[in-house]
Design a protein around this ligand. Sequence first.
Ligand code: SAH
Length: 564
Amino acid sequence: MIGLISATAAGAAARDRLAAAWPERTRVYEGPVGDAVRTAFAQCEQLVCFLATGAVVRLVAPLLADKRTDPGVVCVDEGARFAVSLVGGHGGGANELAREVAELLGAEPVVTTATDAVGVPGLDTLGFPVEGDVAGVSRALLDGEPVSLDAELAWPLPPLRVSDRGGAYVIRVTDRAVEPGEREVVLRPPSLVVGVGASKGAPVNEVLGLISDALREAGLSAGNIAELATVDAKADEPGIVQAAQRLGVPLVAYSAEELAAVEVPNPSDAPLAAVGTPSVAEAAALVGGGELLVPKRKSERADGQPAMATCAVVRRLARGRLAVVGLGPGARDLLTPRAKAELRRASVLVGLDQYVDQIRDLLRPGTLVLESGLGAEEERARTAVAEARKGQAVALIGSGDAGVYAMASPALAEASDDIDVVGVPGVTAALAASAILGAPLGHDHVSISLSDLHTPWEVIERRVRAAAEADIVVTFYNPRSRGRGWQLPKALAILAEHREPVTPVGVVRNASRPDESSRVTTLLSLDPTTVDMMTVVTVGNTATREIAGRMVTPRGYRWQEGAQ
Ligand code: SAH
């Protein structure tokens, strides 16, 4: 039983919401607060006090005996903004209770126990069915108790902080029809594709009966079905459509042509004549590749009439996932929430050591970090792709946007279609600098890298010249390094052939990093020796002006004339 104690009207209102949501689990203690807390402490396994933490500390301190037997105590503040796990975080279940209470009240759970502060993903948030002792195993993961992973299926999972020493708790990843034992959960990733064929008017029960017989005899679980698959001509066949609905999975359909191209063990003439492919069930199940676990079988009819449905079951190969994640220019609040989510999802992180340092605190415990120094780009790309091919969830990181002069291209040049790839955009240096400078990119603009390590200078020069002639705003990346001194002056000279010496130039070093600096100068006055590899240089077009110390490129030439 959870005892509920409040003192104020606001506290009572929050208390009543809890009491209404959990009528069986809670009991309201009224009367003077001190007495209410003492009585509830003696009678309940848990307390939720809608009181200040200080007040509750004073009231319960004399009552505390043993953390294994004391009730768990959660405090909720007057504004119901926080649910604080105060004592009995583990033994008393207060951490879990704080989360539940917070969820219900729309508050923030506050959990200060060391092992809980490091995020472990909820087993029920992985996006596929979980069976068994979810509460017990989750608690064990949170408490840092040894939990072992028994993965019959290689499937990309976020790091679950499992122990290789074995343990009393087990996480099993399988598509077999097994019952979870005590202290065990079974995770069921979507590994099975069921190919289905049916003649016109086949009853849904015949289709479902066939599928469930096929799975049962093969020792497989319906909880792992990813999708039903069939041929286009049967995509609207009610028995198949309803079977997918009842199983709660999507129905995908392929053209007869696509199916005819798939090698199958049991082709036949009947479907060839009817829909134009020698196999429906087997071919549809096998389109994406995988292992045929149940070859084509037909439904059985009690009345001895000819079978109206066929099915086949394939175990898909686990698809690894490669997330190419831009971290933004440096500041934590310019890292997008989506990038953060991908970093926390990853079981393997690949990146340059200085970028890994930038986000190390966001990684889940157990994440494998493969960091390397400058250079080694191709190797980083290869490593990331190779890890994804093993079925891992990989995050490949880069500063700014990972697709701009960065890792996305070498990685995708390596990747084949046997892995899923997602890109997460980041704030690239040109944009971070532009926001600092004012509005230099208000009209057409390009980025040009002045690094001639991988690109011949003639190519770079041709592009600078084209931008100069076309009066486009230019942002130079990699403008100048110790070994590359003459390229920036040369590039500026080319632009100066087409732009006034007073054309504004913005120089931003370490945008959004602690030692950020910036200035607006002109083509004539820019001193290239003040520029280094931490810097981007943005040169305005012929309409760009410095206004109140800010660099402003008008939206259009005519537009500005009109405004004057
Ligand atoms: N992918 C990165 C660019 C990598 S190329 C991005 O999208 O931003 C490296 C160059 O980017 C550096 O030489 C510098 O010119 C520029 N750069 C990257 N981060 C920067 C920052 N925070 N401030 C200024 N310039 C930066």
